[in-house]
Design a protein around this ligand. Sequence first.
Ligand code: E4P
Length: 222
Amino acid sequence: MEIFLDTANTNEISEILEWGIIKGITTNQKIFLKEKGCNFEEQSKKILKMVEPHPVSLEGPNNLDELLEEAKKYYKWGKNVVIKVPMLADGSGLKAVKILESKGIKTNVTAMMSVNQAMLAIAAGASYASLFFNRIRDSGSDPVDVVKKSRAIIDCGGFKTKLIVGSIRNPSDVVEIASANPHIITIPYNILKQMPYHERTVSTLDEFEKAWDEFKKVEKQC
Ligand code: E4P
């Protein structure tokens, strides 16, 4: 299972890149809204270069024709561009997947809440399919069950799609969703930053450091 960072903030990306744990970036319009005053094209190009060769998902408009136009533009910004295709209610997003993937442009079908939707994205040949953990839970379904069943469709059918789980709000969500075995979990910076901490680790390391100070006082000199 891989970890992606769910952000469009370059400071966050450079800090977490140094941890050596992230294998991709996901963004959406709300995430870009947080980067007030940035230019979408400039910021996207910066991110694509920073994380190359790892994939960066960029979201387009919720309209088939406009999405295809935007995708043609984004695709030129870097070899690691992935186009986020919305799971539109009339199924036209699937058409976009077919067109883009046939041209060698990777897609990530996004905002998915059900196994039915995931099944369609997988069958359409999307490179990635994104299920939204907390939004699924908000709608009354069990996100772990949705992820497990979607993953089983991919594995049993030998499909190429990688399952991404986003909409993470707490470190405990990461633990829960890992048990459902998605290929990727995309985690926001503020959640990822909480994950190395455990109060017992802090107290254990303090205990060891004090012991080391004591040891140094009585250490035999050569
Ligand atoms: C990732 O691809 C999604 O866009 C993101 O995780 C959605 O998160 P939200 O439910 O917090 O908006």
